[in-house]
Design a protein around this ligand. Structure first.
Ligand code: SAH
Length: 346
């Protein structure tokens, strides 16, 4: 007897599942039932699909496998942040974080194992990129956090940020597919307005977001609006000059009509001069933005030192003077290496 080569059932769309059920002489509505088990309830085996007849469960098990992630370690910060170490089917590991606050519960998810970019202040860049996550591996991080949120915090997940490991716009197709599932009524039904994708700034892909009319929010890790400085701290940006970034963001803003968020760390001696502040203001005048001044979390690179509180306040005041919305972000989960830029599978 020929052994059937099992397929990953979660690579099947609902339509494709329906065709499969038809082909084996089953009722088409079973496809939707199975799809719900996979995408709404996130069950790890066919056994658990209790409204599916036993014989069909056996046949599904012969034809398919469910490619699940495994949360193999959790760490809890004293500020309530929880970090998940997530083992993938091939043994590689990524991290995702649950960040509770008074009003929200935010999931911070990863899009790649490691990262191909070379931001020298970010711990993930030290790992190099090993592979893209599949859309289901991205979706699973969210499902898992959504369950944990109810169990540990007794509140539902409210927001998602693509600010974990990796560059989401370099894994475009899978990230978009995962977001489709997260927002679809057959998935988690979360509003796209509650999702923010953060990119280090890949102009071509930012234009694609606009062309694809995506509904979620966009954040760009700018850190300097001066090309010469940005190139030093984010060397990949040599290939993506700031003028191209601005042009792509104008294009995105024209089509989506949305306000961009800029993530910006202020470092001593790197981007703390009046000239740096003025360049940021010029940038915001070209592309309507609000600025999040984020705290630098040390990753042991001696070149980078967090700027003083006074300097950060000077930045804030200068932006406010010209009516650019700005806030200072305090990092969460630092004691468990779960804060911005610290995810590195230690
Ligand atoms: N690659 C995407 C997604 C990662 S988001 C991006 O760059 O936007 C992670 C955010 O944390 C980015 O804004 C990044 O610039 C920031 N970050 C990286 N290292 C950091 C550090 N050591 N301290 C504080 N923020 C950091």
């Amino acid at each position: 007897m020929n052994k059937i080569k099992k397929k990953d059932i979660r690579s099947f769309s609902l339509k494709k599942l329906e065709i499969f059920f038809q082909s084996i002489g089953e009722e088409v509505f079973r496809a939707k039932q199975v799809y719900k088990w996979l995408w709404q309830k996130g069950v790890p085996s066919f056994e658990k699909m209790t409204n599916i007849p036993k014989s069909l469960r056996v046949s599904l098990n012969e034809n398919f496998f469910i490619n699940n992630i495994l949360i193999y370690k959790q760490q809890k910060s004293k500020d309530g942040t929880i970090k998940n170490s997530v083992k993938l089917h091939d043994g590689l590991i990524v991290e995702s974080v649950i960040i509770p606050s008074k009003k929200r519960i935010t999931a911070c998810v990863s899009s790649q194992v490691g990262c191909s970019l070379d931001c020298s202040f970010c711990a993930t860049s030290l790992l190099k990129r090993m592979r893209n996550l599949n859309s289901d591996e991205i979706f699973d991080q969210v499902v898992s956090i959504s369950k944990q949120s109810k169990i540990y915090l007794n509140r539902p997940l409210t927001n998602i940020v693509f600010m974990g490991m990796g560059e989401p716009l370099l894994n475009y197709k899978n990230v978009i597919e995962a977001i489709k599932k997260i927002t679809s009524n057959d998935g988690l039904g979360l509003s796209p307005r509650r999702i923010t994708l953060s990119t280090s700034g890949i102009p071509k892909m930012i234009k694609k977001l606009a062309d694809d009319r995506v509904k979620f929010k966009l954040a760009v890790s700018l850190h300097s609006a001066r090309q010469s400085i940005r190139e030093k701290i984010m060397p990949f940006s040599k290939n993506f000059p700031i003028e191209d970034l601005i042009e792509s963001l104008k294009y995105w803003n024209n089509i989506t009509n949305k306000v961009l968020t800029l993530e910006y760390i202020v470092w001593e001696g790197i981007n703390d001069k009046v000239e740096d502040i003025n360049s940021l203001i010029d940038f915001c005048k070209e592309v309507p933005s609000k600025v999040n001044l984020i705290q630098y979390n040390s990753i042991g690179n001696l070149k980078f030192k967090r700027a003083s509180k006074e300097k950060v306040i000077e930045y804030k005041n200068s932006l406010e003077e010209v009516k650019i919305p700005v806030s200072i972000r305090i990092s969460r989960g630092k004691d468990i290496d779960a804060a911005c830029g610290q995810l590195a599978n230690k």
